[in-house]
Every structure is written in C-alpha cells, then in structure tokens.
Design a protein around this ligand. Structure first.
Ligand SMILES: [Zn+2]
Length: 364
C-alpha cells in the first residue's frame, strides 16, 4: 500500500509542470497522467479493487483528490493558452514591418577607398603607417629645416619627448624608403593630427592620402600624367587639371594641383570663388635630400609625391559646406551616402587576388 501512496506523491510533483506547458506538451501530460489506457494515475486506480477495504479507502481517496487537482490544473492551463491565442487576434499581421537598419561605410571611407582603388589600377600599393611618429620621421628626414614653422609645438600634438601624432602621412615615405628598395609606388591613407581649430573648414583630426613613387628615370611628365589620369577617373573624363608652383620642404619643384570646378565646369561659381578651379592636392618631385636621408642614390633615382585630403574632396564633390558634419555621426546626414559611391570594387575585394597590399604594414 505504501508503494501506491509513494507513487501518488511523485505524481503530485508533476503538477508543477502543467502551468509551464505549451499546447502540445499539455496534451502529452494529459495522456501521461490521466490517459484512459496507460495514464499513471489510471494505473493506480485500476489497482484499487485488489486492495483490502481500509487500504482501498485511503489510496482511493488520495488518488481521486490528486485526479481532481490535475484536472483543475490542466483546465486552467488550457483556458490561459486559449486566452493568449485570442489576444493575438487583435494584432494586425498585415501592417508593414519595421525596416531593418542597414549600415554603410562612412562617406569619407568610401572616397578613400575609391581614390586608392584608382591608384591601385595605376600600379600603386595601398599601405598604412603608424599615427605616432618621431620628429625624425615626421619632419627632419622629410627635409624640414630645424626652424620650420611646422615644427612649432603649436601645430602638433606631442605625446612626450620627440614623439608626436603625425601631422601628415608623409612619414610613411621614409619608412618605405628605409624598408624597400625602388621601384616604389604606394598610396597611404590615414589619419593625421594638427593643432587646428574645429571650424567649417578645419579639423584637428583629418584624413590624408599620401602618394609616393620612386624609380629609375621618373620625370615630371610621369608625375603630371599620373595625377591627371586619376582626376579624369575620379571626377569625369573631360576634367582639366592645372599645376601651380608651390613650396614643400620634401618636394622640389613643388606644385598645387587644381581641378576644373565640377559644379560650373570652369565658368566660375560660388563654390570655386569664381575662379573655375578647385584646389585638390599638394605635390611635387621628391626632394633629393629625402632620398639621401634614406640612403637612396638621388643621382640614380627620382620620384614624385602628393598629399590629398579626402574630406575636402568629398566636400567638393557633394557640395558639403562644413567639415564638422563628418564627425557628428548624424545618421540623417550619413545615410544619404550609403551605396552612392559604388564606382569601383572595394579594396577588400581586390585584396583577395595576389599578395594583400595591407600586409605590407609599415611600422617604425
Ligand atoms: Zn565653380
């Protein structure tokens, strides 16, 4: 008899399963516990007739009480499942869903990729460098005189000693010359830092793309033709460029390159201040002193270099009046440019064929 009472006790524990059961599990429990043929409780009730009258009374009483409890619990669960199904009927399943959030590359990143991809087709390898440099790499090896204004601490963020956040991507010229023998053709996108105000046309943090080519017999013609070819690919096939004399310590001769205004096609408008031209980059033939500083024979090798600002180029192309919008992370601004700049294959895709250019990471 105590066996049957113990079996009833363990069946009682299964009451807890009922309120958690879903529709299917509830039916299974119903069969397992109360099933007419092989339900656990039914089996106990079937054994009653073989018991002594006293025992039959006690076991029978307990079994019937449990049976009622189980039935009540199952009924309650059935009712609550039915109730939730009814609630769902108030939901309009034909309402349009919420649009999924689609991320995208930042406009400046897109422009950087597009520029680097064009130069890649012209034989340039994309490399990166470190954002912290010593004065030697940032200035002296690039032929900055010791008293050059750019050396002024006002212009740079120093990290301690002679280490500073690079003010341009040009230090990668030196790292490359020290690491690889010519021929060298690289484009170097990267972040630069200057102690500039944060206003409509300046930012203390900005992106730059350095270009650098050194080989036996590179002439001024190669220099102009390469940059003009890039401008025609990036802007339009009819784009005209012009070079104006300029000065940089690490190039001689130096030139600013202007591109015909994309908005007025050269006739003069507010965007180009009525000149018909837009200033795009600073450039020039590599100064022999830079080559000699890196123990490269300047009698044998020549080259050219340039630095361009992708933020500025993006602003010119899209008529964006204020550089600060690139840093605001305002989705309403940024989402306008998702997928708009798909003129070329992403650099990541290109990197899958041949040796990955980013693997030529240059560190000091
Ligand atoms: Zn114009």
């Amino acid at each position: 008899m105590s066996d049957l009472l113990a079996a009833l006790d363990s069946l009682r524990e299964r009451l807890d399963e009922i309120p958690q059961a879903d529709e299917r599990r509830l039916q299974e429990l119903k069969t397992e516990l109360l099933g007419r043929k092989a339900g656990a409780l039914t089996e106990i009730l079937k054994a009653l007739p073989g018991l002594e009258p006293d025992e039959r009374k006690r076991v029978g009483g307990a079994a019937n009480a449990l049976k009622r409890e189980l039935e009540r619990a199952i009924d309650a669960r059935e009712a609550s499942l039915k109730q939730s199904a009814t609630n769902l009927s108030g939901v309009d399943l034909t309402l349009p869903g919420r649009r999924q959030w689609g991320g995208g590359l930042h406009l400046v990143t897109q422009v950087v990729d597009e520029i680097c991809d064009i130069f890649r087709e012209l034989g340039f390898t994309r490399v990166t460098g470190s954002e912290a440099e010593t004065e030697r790499y940032n200035f002296y090896a690039l032929n900055f005189p010791k008293d050059h204004p750019a050396l002024d601490a006002q212009d740079s963020f120093y990290l301690g000693g002679d280490v500073l956040l690079r003010t341009h991507t040009s230090p990668v010229q030196i790292h490359t010359l020290e690491t690889y023998p010519p021929p060298i053709r690289i484009v170097v996108p990267g972040r630069c830092y200057r102690r500039d105000p944060f206003d409509a046309s300046h930012s203390p943090v900005f992106e730059q793309i350095e270009g650098f080519a050194v080989d036996d017999g590179i002439s001024f013609v190669d220099f102009k033709a390469t940059l003009a070819a890039w401008a025609r690919r990036f802007f339009s096939p009819q784009t005209k460029v012009r070079f104006r004399p300029s000065y940089f310590p690490f190039t001689e001769p130096s030139a600013e390159m202007d591109v015909q205004c994309q908005i007025c096609a050269g006739s003069g408008c507010a965007a180009c201040k009525q000149t018909g031209w837009m200033e795009i980059l600073g450039s020039g033939m590599v100064h022999p002193a830079v080559l000699e500083n890196c123990k490269v024979d300047s009698e044998k090798y020549t080259g050219f270099a340039w630095g361009m600002g992708p933020e500025r180029i993006a602003m010119l192309r899209h008529g964006i009046p204020d550089i600060r919008v690139f840093f605001d992370s305002d989705v309403r601004f940024l989402e306008q440019f998702i997928g708009k700049e798909e003129s070329g294959v992403r650099s990541q895709d290109l990197e899958s064929d041949g040796p990955a250019p980013e693997s030529r990471l240059l560190t000091p």
